[in-house]
Structure formats: C-alpha cells, structure tokens
Design a binder for this molecule. Sequence first.
Ligand code: UDP
Ligand code: MG
Length: 150
Amino acid sequence: MEKTLVIIKPDGVARGLMGEIISRLERRGIRMIGMKFVQVSQDMAEQHYAVHKERPFYPALIEYITSGPVVLMAWEGNKVIEAVRQSVGATNPTQAAPGSIRGDFGIDIGRNLIHASDSPENGVAEVGLWFAADEIVSWERVGESWVYEG
Ligand code: UDP
Ligand code: MG
C-alpha cells in the first residue's frame, strides 16, 4: 500500500482551511496514519525541498513554508499518491480544476495551500523525513471494503 506526505501550508492554516482540507481527504476514503501541528524549521524546510534547491522560486518557497505553523499528515491507501494529487489539483491554482483544493481555494502558485508527495518512492521518503516510526499508527478504517473493491 502507498503512503503520502501531505502538508497544509501556512496559508491553509492561517485561512482556517485545516478542517476543510482534512475533511476532503478523509471523505475520499483514505486512512490517516500520522498527524502533527508544527512550525517548520529552516533545516527541515531545506531538506524537504532539496530537489528544488536550484530553482528560482526556492528562496521564496523556503520563506513561505517556514512563515507560520503547518499541519503535517501521513495518509495510506491503494493509489493514495494519485488520488491525493488529484484532490490537491495542479501546482498553479489558476490551472487547478474546480473541485480540487487548490482550484477551489487558491489563486497564486506561491500560496497554493498544500503539499502532497508525487510518487510512491517520494511518499515513503517524505513520511520518513517528517515522522518517526513510533508516530505512525497502524489501523484500519471501518468500511474500507466500500472504498476498495479488493
Ligand atoms: N512553486 C512556486 N513557483 C513555481 C513552482 C513551484 O512557488 O513556479 C512552489 C509551490 O509552492 C509548489 C512548490 O514550490 O507547491 C513545489 O513545487 P512542485 O513543482 O513540486 O509542485 P507541487 O508538487 O507542490 O504541485
Ligand atoms: Mg512537488
């Protein structure tokens, strides 16, 4: 089963969208396996976004993700990477589909509300970066057979 790291970025927290965003993911039927509310340090921001280090938007991105508290979540499920990326929407909110989180609540690419891992490998790596093994909960939601055929 896949894992994904989701971050409600500082704008999502500040704008009061934590419950809305969590609710959308929860109603998709996937299983939360970890959650915490943190102020991201410079060091963790740099580790998380290391892949973007040479990009022109990198300094602003680090400033953004460290500018206020965030919600860190790990979610698990079959096809959870693809499903959550779809619920999140395209990186640029004005190109994100209506009905997606970014498409419904965002306008600027530099204030796009939410992060989600983009591949199963990165899901495992990012959950491992942000969560200790004893912060991950193993459980099953009632009714998962009504979400997944088999
Ligand atoms: N970003 C930005 N300007 C850009 C591209 C990306 O500010 O031109 C920021 C934006 O917050 C985005 C993050 O950098 O979510 C990481 O970029 P990525 O391409 O990985 O997009 P994502 O996976 O978040 O959709
Ligand atoms: Mg990305």
